[in-house]
Design a protein around this ligand. Structure first.
Ligand SMILES: *[C@@H]1O[C@H](CO)[C@@H](O)[C@H](O)[C@H]1NC(C)=O
Length: 375
């Protein structure tokens, strides 16, 4: 029965496959060490036949660091690799008006080639932590996992900071709340909801690990093949990011951080787990990593002896074993707990790889369920 259901689910849903890419820093560090791979972008034809449905985008997995999938903008469609980012709210892609070498290595949108494009002309600029981008706004038809959103406002970049050269995706599709978007720029998922494209007002993210394929973001439904019951539902504490309350962080039953509670955002656009410096230092010293040039280095052969790190959320335990939080590369091993914001923790890809994540706009809840790894 499980299999019958799984097959049914696969036919009834149409998802966006996610590709996985790297942060600028990761690529800079390890440039050339990861095999370039070309992935055909399976366009799910089921989406065309179900008007109010579920859209799936398969995502590419590049070194377990960043996940991105393919979307289409304009008529006829121009394709872009975008990071599906629950930590921001605007959609932007490079435009043909960006002529710097940085833009030239990415796909660029040409509004003149789209019959459905309308100009807005207002300027936008987004300073990301490591990347920055600026340009102007327009509207066009955007197809995501077979779901076609009309009149989607998006940014056409004219300038990008040099860091963008090293990211494997072309642009970013923000999945956070409208309050985080530019004024008047309705986020893609808000348009999916208001245009009646999705069966349920939620989307879900499965991130593979160990550089395997199979990562996917599902719009309008959940995909039971990717998780084990039960789902723990956690209320969003502030509808801006996907922000939730964490009760504490423990190692071997001892509270090591977030004593008395803290706030965290669930962010597919961040590779690691970040938090206040003091908390991160504490966790790192408890798991046995030492600071070396800004990294928290661990001995690769000691991974099996390192303790679990447990996040207590909504009365449930979400445990990360060392095999999940230690990042391995040719340069060695390091723990994925990095210094970040003093007030907001980030539960990034390292966490989401272990816990299938459901982002429910209808109830303003985040659902976590143990991810069902394909192997
Ligand atoms: C551009 O977008 C802004 C913000 O939503 C809006 O106020 C303005 O009317 C738009 N202009 C055009 C020409 O569409």
């Amino acid at each position: 029965m499980v299999w019958a259901f799984a097959v049914f689910a696969m036919v009834a849903l149409s998802e966006v496959p996610l590709l996985k890419g790297k942060s600028a820093r990761e690529v800079l560090e390890e440039q050339g060490l990861w095999e370039e791979y070309k992935v055909k972008y399976p366009y799910n034809p089921m989406g065309k036949f179900e008007r109010s449905a579920v859209g799936k985008v398969p995502m590419f997995n590049n070194a377990d660091m960043t996940y991105y999938g393919v979307i289409f903008i304009g008529t006829p469609p121009q394709s872009f690799k975008v990071l599906f980012d629950t930590g921001s709210s605007i959609l932007w892609v490079p435009s043909v008006y960006c002529t710097t070498p940085i833009c030239n290595i990415h796909n660029k949108f040409n509004p003149d080639l789209s019959s459905t494009y309308r100009n807005n002309g207002s300027i936008f600029s987004i300073p990301y932590t490591t990347e920055g981008v600026g340009g102007f706004l327009g509207y066009d038809t955007v197809t995501v996992g077979g779901l076609t959103v009309v009149n989607q406002m998006f940014g056409l970049s004219e300038a990008e900071t040099p860091n963008m050269m090293h990211v494997v995706f072309d642009g970013i599709l923000g999945l956070a709340y409208p309050g985080l978007a530019l004024s008047g720029a309705t986020p893609v998922f808000d348009n999916m909801m208001s245009q009646g494209l999705v069966r349920q007002d939620l989307f879900a993210v499965y991130l593979s690990s160990k550089s395997q394929q199979g990562s996917v973001v599902t719009f309008g439904g959940v995909d039971p093949i990717h998780y084990y019951e039960p789902i723990t539902w956690i209320p969003v504490t502030r509808e801006l990011y996907w922000q939730i309350a964490v009760d504490s962080v423990t190692i071997n039953g001892q509270v090591v951080a977030c004593s008395g509670g803290c706030q965290a955002i669930v962010d597919t656009g961040t590779s690691f787990i970040t938090g206040p410096e003091k908390s991160m230092n504490n966790i790192n010293s408890c798991v046995g990593s030492r600071v070396l040039r800004g990294d928290y280095v661990v001995s690769c052969h000691k991974i099996s002896q390192m303790p679990d790190v447990t996040f207590h959320i909504q009365g449930q335990e979400f445990t990360l074993p060392a095999s999940a939080y230690v990042l391995q590369s040719q340069y060695g091993c390091r723990a994925a707990f990095f210094r970040g914001d003093d007030s907001l923790w980030i539960l990034g890809d390292v966490f989401i790889q272990q816990y299938y994540s459901i982002f429910d706009r209808a109830h303003n809840m985040v659902g976590f369920a143990k991810a069902r790894k394909s192997t």
